[in-house]
Ligand binder design. Sequence first.
Ligand SMILES: NC(=O)c1ccc[n+]([C@@H]2O[C@H](COP(=O)([O-])OP(=O)(O)OC[C@H]3O[C@@H](n4cnc5c(N)ncnc54)[C@H](OP(=O)(O)O)[C@@H]3O)[C@@H](O)[C@H]2O)c1
Length: 216
Amino acid sequence: MKIGILGAGGMADALGTQWIRAGHEVMVSGRDPVRARSRAESMNAQAGVPGARAGSWAEAAGFGEVAMVGVRAEGLADVLGATGTALRGKPLIDVTNAGPDRHDPARPLARLIADLTGGHVVKAFNLCHVDVWRMRPPVFAGRPLAVPLCGDDATALGLVRELVRDLGCTPLDGGGLDRAAQLEATAAFVIGLWFGGADAQAILPPLAGSGAHLPS
Ligand SMILES: NC(=O)c1ccc[n+]([C@@H]2O[C@H](COP(=O)([O-])OP(=O)(O)OC[C@H]3O[C@@H](n4cnc5c(N)ncnc54)[C@H](OP(=O)(O)O)[C@@H]3O)[C@@H](O)[C@H]2O)c1
């Protein structure tokens, strides 16, 4: 699969490198073409295959059958504005968070991205730190990490499920794009706990102990 990544920072590096290892082609992009090129070179060196290249925001948006938005929330409007109509109707992975202190439940980033691009947005990968996405594979206590996906478009969801499995993770249906706001709120909440030194995973029971509300 060809994957255009808006961003050349940590998330572009971590996820993009995993995907080129899995045989995909990736184009990263940033504000500084020299830095973006150097990021692509470093990804190729880490992966041991020449699957990454760099381009402009518009080139990355038009590059593949799927794109990923991996930029800081404060840059979203400028970056997406620079992509023109290239993302319209395209599967678009949104990994963004506003940061625990800037999260605004009334203005979900996933909805903003969908409105600005006309893309088929799937919110994913926003709950875990970038170092988790570098793990090969992200498995904790013998259990592969589950990655919730929120989106409305069946084709886009199918592609993102495949990219989740490429990391050795398990895709989890998180509902439609209207539920992406809850994923963003969850990230803001648990990141706040982690920043405070708490084990956020300990706040939830395993399924078997989660109460008598399962469908029979
Ligand atoms: N880091 C994590 O652990 C993590 C985990 C989950 C989700 N996320 C989310 O994923 C997104 C990317 O995170 P990251 O860790 O990859 O960030 P990063 O390493 O700081 O990279 C940020 C990227 O955003 C671009 N950008 C565009 N406009 C910007 C602006 N006005 N200010 C700052 N950067 C701008 C940067 O361009 P240049 O290349 O030109 O600098 C860079 O490519 C963010 O929304 C973040 O909240 C991060």
